[in-house]
Design a protein around this ligand. Structure first.
Ligand code: HEC
Length: 151
C-alpha cells in the first residue's frame, strides 16, 4: 500500500522522480494500432518534398500504398478498400529530419484518420479537425475525394 502511494506521489510530482523513465505512449494506446505498416518506405512517393502551407515550418512528402497510388496520381476513379495515404512531416527543407506523420485509410466508404510520431506510434488525439479540413478537398483543383496535396 505504501509503495503504491509513493509511486502515485512520484507520478503526481513529476515522473522523473521515478528514475525509471516516464510512461510514454504505447503502440496500442487509445489511438489503436498504427494504420501505417512498417514497410511504408517501400511505397511510392506520390508528392515530393515541399513546404506545407498548412503546418507551420513543416516540410512534407506524401506516400501511397500500391492500391491507393494509381487513383491518387490520376485523380480519377474510386479508392479501393484499405487504400492508404501517408504524409511525412520534416523539420528541414531537404526532408531528411522526420518529425512525425499523418495517415488516412479508406474503409467502408470513408476515410479513417491517424496522427503518428516519427517512430510510427499513433497519438490519441481527436481526428475531427482532419475531417473538417479535408472536406474542402473534394474535386480538382482543390483536391480529390478528400485528398488535398496539389500535384
Ligand atoms: C488545416 C487543415 C488540415 C487539417 C486540420 C488536416 N489536414 Fe491533412 N492536409 C491538409 C492539406 C492542405 C494537405 C496538403 C499537403 C499539405 O499542405 O500539407 C494535407 C495532406 C494530408 C495528407 C496527404 C494526402 C493528401 O493529399 O491529402 C494526409 C495523409 C493528411 N493530410 C492527413 C491528415 C490527418 C490524419 C489529419 C488529422 C490528424 C489532418 N490531415 C488534418 C490540410 C489539413
Amino acid at each position: 500500500m505504501l509503495r503504491h502511494a509513493s509511486a502515485l506521489l512520484a507520478l503526481l510530482l513529476g515522473c522523473p522522480l521515478l528514475l525509471l523513465g516516464c510512461p510514454g505512449p504505447s503502440p496500442s494506446g487509445d489511438a489503436g494500432p498504427p494504420i501505417v505498416p512498417s514497410d511504408y518506405p517501400s511505397w511510392t512517393e506520390v508528392r515530393d518534398c515541399r513546404r506545407s502551407p498548412d503546418h507551420d515550418l513543416a516540410y512534407i512528402r506524401v506516400f501511397a500504398d500500391p492500391s491507393a497510388e494509381p487513383v491518387y496520381l490520376a485523380r480519377d476513379g474510386a479508392f479501393p478498400e484499405r487504400a492508404t495515404l501517408l504524409k511525412l512531416e520534416y523539420a528541414d527543407p531537404d526532408c531528411t529530419d522526420l518529425d512525425g506523420m499523418t495517415a488516412m485509410v479508406w474503409r467502408s466508404g470513408d476515410w479513417q484518420w491517424q496522427e503518428l510520431d516519427a517512430d510510427r506510434v499513433p497519438f490519441a488525439e481527436s481526428t475531427g479537425p482532419c475531417v473538417a479540413c479535408h472536406a474542402d478537398c473534394g474535386e480538382p483543383p482543390d483536391g480529390y475525394l478528400g485528398t488535398c496535396t496539389a500535384p
